[in-house]
Design a protein around this ligand. Structure first.
Ligand code: ADP
Length: 283
């Protein structure tokens, strides 16, 4: 992208603030934040998972103030997600799914309670450390993928790596690898705005994973796709999860996607409860 100015990079940084990339997936170096606490009792966990908690949320409360009233969205919510799990969060629109994902990504702060993510106590981090956490530990796939329409697929995936100071050669090489992996090897130089909806989702997934985050968060990743494209994205997420030993939390209305998760938790009046469709498991 040599002919373009770097102004769009700042825009990009704003709109995908939760995109993050890490080569240091699980073992925090201890130079920021507290270490993970002892396990929270009473939280069901998947038998598929390897055992280390990537997410540990305890007594989370999140409310929004509107004038003189307070809207309590999350209340005494606990959640523990182990390395290797796929956890689906379901619930009606307005239940608080996006709010929860935003708190996990350190895009929003709890009103009270504790959130440990990738070994960091998010409440103990200073602003610069939170920015570093967002940049390195969490990959975020949004329903509206926030690609830069005028930039190529390759540039969209490479850009966050460039922002991290990775060399052009390495960033673009990594971008090409990931675009190949999501089936877009023949679309590297297409502008994002010229890609189909399903292809744009694939680019967004490649962008979220290119920096090897500790945690993948996906907010309605099939939300605006037709059934065929939604199924393709479900299969892709499932394949990538296993191939790259990801830890994934996704919010979805898609029962098919939810059933293919290890656990399904329903957001109900501010807390997470195991869902009736929770028994689906990946092969
Ligand atoms: P879901 O993702 O389950 O549809 P959300 O997390 O987006 O739900 O929203 C949960 C509730 O919180 C909604 O009633 C929404 O209007 C409210 N809400 C979300 N963000 C804000 C905010 N920044 N300010 C005030 N209210 C908010």
């Amino acid at each position: 992208m040599p002919a373009r100015t770097f102004m769009p990079l700042a825009m990009y940084h704003d709109c995908v603030a939760a995109e993050s990339w890490s080569r240091n997936a699980m073992n925090p170096t201890g130079n920021s934040g507290s270490q993970m606490p002892a396990p929270v009792h009473g939280c069901s966990e998947s038998r598929h998972a390897a055992g280390r908690a990537v997410v540990e949320v305890n007594k989370l409360r999140k409310s929004f103030r509107s004038g003189t009233s307070e809207l309590v969205v999350l209340d005494q919510l606990s959640l523990r997600v182990l390395e290797g799990e796929i956890v689906a969060i379901v619930g009606p629109s307005g239940a608080g799914k996006s709010t929860l994902l935003h708190v996990l990504a350190a895009l929003d702060t709890p009103t009270s309670g504790t959130v440990y993510c990738a070994g960091r106590d998010l409440g103990a981090l200073a602003d610069a450390e939170l920015a570093e956490f967002r940049n390195r530990q969490v990959g975020f796939v949004w329903q509206r993928h926030h690609l830069l329409a005028d930039f190529s697929a390759e540039e969209n995936v490479a850009m966050p790596l460039l922002l991290r100071g990775i060399s052009r050669a390495e960033a673009f090489g990594t971008a090409r690898d990931w675009l190949n992996e999501v089936g877009l090897g023949a679309r590297l130089h297409h502008r994002a705005g010229e890609l189909s909806g399903g292809e744009q989702h694939r680019v967004a997934i490649a962008r979220a994973l290119a920096g090897r985050p500790s945690l993948l968060l996906a907010d309605e990743p099939t939300g605006d796709l037709d059934a065929q494209n939604a199924e393709a994205i479900v299969s892709l997420l499932e394949r990538l999860h296993h191939a790259h030993r990801l830890t994934t939390v996704l919010a979805t209305h898609n029962p098919h996607l939810a059933r293919r998760s290890h656990r399904v938790l329903k957001l109900d009046r501010g807390v997470l409860v195991p869902s009736a469709v929770a028994e689906g498991e990946l092969g």
